[in-house]
Structure formats: C-alpha cells, structure tokens
Design a protein around this ligand. Structure first.
Ligand code: PXG
Length: 289
C-alpha cells in the first residue's frame, strides 16, 4: 500500500510521522473522510472545502492549494489501483516541541491514506440498527466547534465507548440542553408526521456532506425536510429513523433506548433514500481514471 506523505508516495511502512507532531501530542490538526465509488470520488469539492474551512478555523495553513490536494488524492488512488475506496486526508500542525504553542510547528504534515472501509455488517443495513443515548454530551460549539473535523475526537470516542460497553454499536449524542444532535460519526434523521427532521448544525452537529445529500435527495422526491430541534420524545416516537455519514452511508435505525421505531423494520422512506443515494454515488463526482 502506498501512502501520500508530504508530496511523496511512500510504502505504508515508511509513512512515519514524528512523535513531536502536535497532531499526536495535542490532537492539533484536521481531517476528512471521503469515499470513491467505481473510480469516481463522491462530493470531493465539498469535502475539500470543509477540510480547508476546518484548517482555517484552527489557523492551520495547508501547504498545498485545493487543486494540488485533489491531484494528490487522485495520484494516491491510482498508486493503489483503487476504484472503491475510503480516502482519509489528515493535516496535522507538524513537528514542534513540548508545549502547546503552534508557532513552533513550522511544517504541517499532510497525509493521504486510500483504503477500504466496512463499518458495519451488511445485515445491519437490511435489518436496521439498535442504538442508545449515552451520558457524554456533544462538545458545545463555544468550546470546540463540532463543525471542525479536528484530530481531537475524544468527545465522540467517549460516546462510542459508552455505547459499546452497553452492547450497542452506535450512540445518540445529546447536546448540553439534552437535545438530540447526532451520533459519534454520523448525522441523524427522523420521520415525524411524514416530514423528515434533522437537528440544525448550530445545536452541535457536524454539517455532514451525506446529510446535505440526503436532504437534497428527499426534497427532490417531494418529501418535506426541516432542520429543527429533535427531543428524545420525538426520537422515540419517530415513524422512521436513519443515520448518515460518508463511512456508514445510510443506516436504518429500528430501536432506540429500547423503544421500537415504527414497525421495527427499516422504514419505506429510509429504504427509498438508500436506493436514491446508491444511484447517485455511482455516477456523481470526480473521475479518477
Ligand atoms: N458527524 C460526525 C461527528 C462525523 O465525524 C459525520 C457526522 C458524517 O459526515 P459526512 O460529511 O461524512 O456525511 C461525521 C463523519 C473517519 C471518520 O475515520 C470520519 C467521520 C466519522 C467517523 C470516522 O474517517 N466523519
């Protein structure tokens, strides 16, 4: 496997970063997770825009322009002969000393990994997932803004651990007011009175690219979509529920905190959106080959 590291394609074993990198020492850096389907990179521009916005927010200057980053991603895919891939772009603050001051880090490290990803077994997409709410709350936007895809994912990892410890694969995260915001690596949608709801980003959810795609697909189908508050009461009484994310794609949810959602099977609209999403991913995006 070849990995892109600061302008070069090197063997996985040689793709090494200093232990003094502030990405390692402090979680100081940003990342993106992107998918390619059948040699076409899905929503690449949106992912790159978000990566550069995340970097701008933490005052990290990515040492290559967006077009060069796009070329580097394509070159990495080609070097690994991949058509279907999960692309992980990581930009860390770079090597510094033992101290928070990012000014000591002169050269950000840019890494591109292209690999495969299977998040959940296929069965789960057919039967639906059971999830739970967990004690760890989503970071408040006034502390670490959840819009930043930073290398500090401890907030989400804690929630994930709590779900796993209870025997579940995914956690619903509430914000500091107890409102539903998202899961640990996915956004959440519910169907209520035939309207699709997803929490607005300002409550503490990441403005997911799959989330935006699903909103667009649903509206095209004539389904009303609202970015509005979802309480636990709304969640438990939803007609349908599903999660969205680049890695997870669209996952039907059939039980939350022991409450059965709808008839306990993936909902009709959920299944329709999964189909529409699949169709879009195989024809929409930036061609690698
Ligand atoms: N919420 C959070 C907190 C995320 O990190 C999403 C929602 C979905 O967003 P997109 O734009 O992908 O539809 C994410 C997605 C990884 C990895 O290892 C990436 C994410 C989550 C978990 C793992 O690359 N990001």
């Amino acid at each position: 496997m070849k990995v892109y590291l600061n302008g070069e394609l090197v063997d996985k074993e040689s793709a090494l970063i200093s232990v003094f990198d502030h990405g390692y020492l402090y979680g100081d850096g940003v990342f993106e997770g992107i998918r390619a389907y059948n040699g076409i990179i899905f929503k690449l521009r949106e992912h790159l825009d978000r990566l550069y916005r995340s970097a701008h927010m933490i005052m990290l200057e990515i040492p290559l322009a967006k077009v060069k980053m796009q070329e580097a991603i394509i070159a990495t895919m080609k070097a690994n002969n991949l058509k279907d891939a999960y692309i992980r772009v990581v930009v860390s603050r770079g090597e510094g000393d033992l101290g928070l001051d990012p000014r000591k880090c002169k050269n950000p490290n840019v890494v591109i990994i292209t690999d495969k990803i299977v998040l959940y077994p296929q069965e789960l997409y057919e039967k639906g997932m059971e999830i739970i709410t967990v004690p760890t709350r989503r970071n408040i936007p006034e502390a670490i803004n959840p819009q930043i895809k930073s290398l500090n994912y401890l907030n989400n990892i804690l929630a994930k651990i709590e779900a796993i410890n209870s025997g579940y694969q995914e956690a619903v995260m509430l914000n500091h007011d107890g409102l539903v915001v998202e899961c640990t690596g996915d956004n959440i949608f519910i169907l209520k009175e035939n309207v699709l709801f997803t929490p607005p980003a300002y409550l503490g959810a990441l403005k997911g690219i799959t989330r935006d795609t699903v909103i667009e697909l649903a509206r095209k189908k004539g389904i009303e979509v609202k970015e509005d508050v979802i309480t636990r009461y709304d969640l438990y009484n939803a007609q349908e529920c599903f999660l969205t994310g680049t890695a997870a794609e669209i996952v039907p949810v059939v039980k939350i905190d022991g409450r059965v959602i709808g008839n306990g099977k993936p909902g009709k609209i959920t299944l329709q959106l999964i189909e529409d999403f699949r169709e879009l991913t195989i024809r929409d995006g930036v061609a690698v080959y």
